[in-house]
Design a protein around this ligand. Structure first.
Ligand SMILES: *Cc1c(COP(=O)(O)O)cnc(C)c1O
Length: 397
């Protein structure tokens, strides 16, 4: 197969210089920000608390609202995304829910991409539908179908590339059209990170991150963020954040801040390793398809300056998927992604989920699709492991 991998200009080191703390002044000139592990902040006098409650002065009150360590991360992510503001959440899923709820009401329609993250799908189907908000799913790679679905929608929900099948959207076209029509546009940018894609520059309104993945980068925390204009983040603050209560803990914010310091370097390595392994899989005779944006040309690829290391591939039906997974020795089996270690998860296992409410059944995910989160290891070690497991799983089939 003749595949063209676009050459991308990487401006990684310019990005890296932004990954520093903004705390001013940094206590004791510490190079790493302190963890303000406190639930509340006290007041010196009645007048002080009265002024703060009356909105006459601004300061920390309670950590479900604002916390200095969390604020550091919010500032950093806003700056990397080119956003006016950002808000931290206890998970990517809390970020998704809190970013959507303020902008929809009964009778509204959401347009979402097919194969969006499974728990975003469940939010649409199990919660929002109950409150009279309908979601229409559109094949996101079909730009005309997306544009046709926008008029009259309240919100469009994107994820480029999508979960498990890695379909790209032309976010520049969709973002522009949504802005013209006054449709709020939201994108899950966890895969590309701001290192490889800045959706706000394509007129997208709100950018979501599962910081549990690449931003945290070490498989040791669950966290989420939303970035956008001050006006929209204020709307989230006033209409969901404080009451849904999915706030980010200071310690988890600190772990993400620590991860962010190496984000550009890790992304570069995830990309290189991912492209190497995807290329080798593409040439393997037991692999029928590689679902990696670089191997599926689409105009929306132009919105990325680089690629994440998460993708999937379809194995030939003669490969027994459980045997393949069991035969891996270095690569481990597990959900999530974005850490240093390479992980695999087969769609077949996700298809075992109770069919009610599962996006995998709904969008017809193939039982032969296997997702690979390529980590930071030596790609030679990864390839030898994949090759021997494909070999063994084909024999036993
Ligand atoms: C994991 C994931 C999420 C959810 O993040 P959590 O922190 O686990 O809630 C959202 N979007 C994508 C694309 C993900 O992979």
């Amino acid at each position: 197969m003749n595949k063209q991998i676009p050459t991308r200009e990487l401006n990684i080191f310019a990005e890296a210089s932004q990954v520093f703390t903004h705390m001013d002044p940094a206590p004791f000139d510490a190079v790493s920000p302190p963890i303000f592990q406190t639930s509340l902040f006290t007041f010196d006098s009645y007048d002080e608390i009265a002024d703060v409650f009356a909105g006459k002065s601004d300061r920390y009150i309670y950590s479900r609202g604002d916390n200095p360590t969390v604020k550091e991360l919010e500032r950093l992510v806003a700056s990397l995304e080119g956003a006016e503001a950002a808000r931290g959440f206890s998970s990517g899923t809390a970020a998704i829910a809190s970013a959507i709820v303020p902008f929809v009401e009964a009778g509204d329609r959401i347009v979402a991409v097919e194969n969006c993250y499974s728990d975003a799908f469940r939010l649409f189907e199990k919660i929002l539908r109950k409150f009279g908000v309908e979601t229409a799913y559109v094949d996101g790679k079909d730009t005309q179908a997306m544009l046709d679905a926008l008029p009259g929608a309240a919100l469009v929900y994107l994820e480029s590339p999508t979960s498990m099948v890695f379909d790209v959207q032309d976010i520049a076209m969709i973002g522009h059209a949504a802005r013209e029509l006054g449709v709020i546009s939201v994108i899950d940018n966890s895969w590309a990170t701001p290192i490889f894609c800045k959706p706000l520059s394509y007129h997208i309104d709100l950018v979501i991150h599962a910081a549990s993945k690449y931003m945290g980068g070490h498989s040791d925390t669950v966290a989420g963020l939303v970035a956008g204009s001050q006006k929209l983040i204020d709307r989230i603050n006033h209409d969901s954040y404080h009451y849904l209560g999915g706030k980010l803990s200071p310690f988890d914010a600190w772990l993400v801040l620590r991860g962010m310091r190496t984000l550009p370097l890790r992304m570069q390595r995830h990309m290189e390793n991912g492209l190497t392994i995807a290329g080798l899989l593409d040439r393997h005779d037991k692999v029928t398809r590689v679902r990696h944006p670089a191997f599926q040309p689409h105009p929306g690829n132009a919105c990325f300056s680089g690629y994440g290391g998460l993708f999937s591939f379809d194995v030939d039906p003669s490969v027994d998927v459980p045997s393949f997974v069991n035969a891996l020795s270095h690569i481990r089996l597990g959900v999530s992604w974005g850490g240093p270690e390479t992980l695999v998860v087969p769609a077949l296992a996700a298809l075992q989920l109770p069919s009610e409410g599962s996006s995998f059944q709904r969008f017809g995910t193939s039982p032969h699709t296997i997702r690979l989160a390529v980590g930071l290891e030596d790609p030679g070690v990864l390839w030898r492991d994949l090759e021997q497991a494909l070999e063994r799983a084909s024999c036993s089939a």
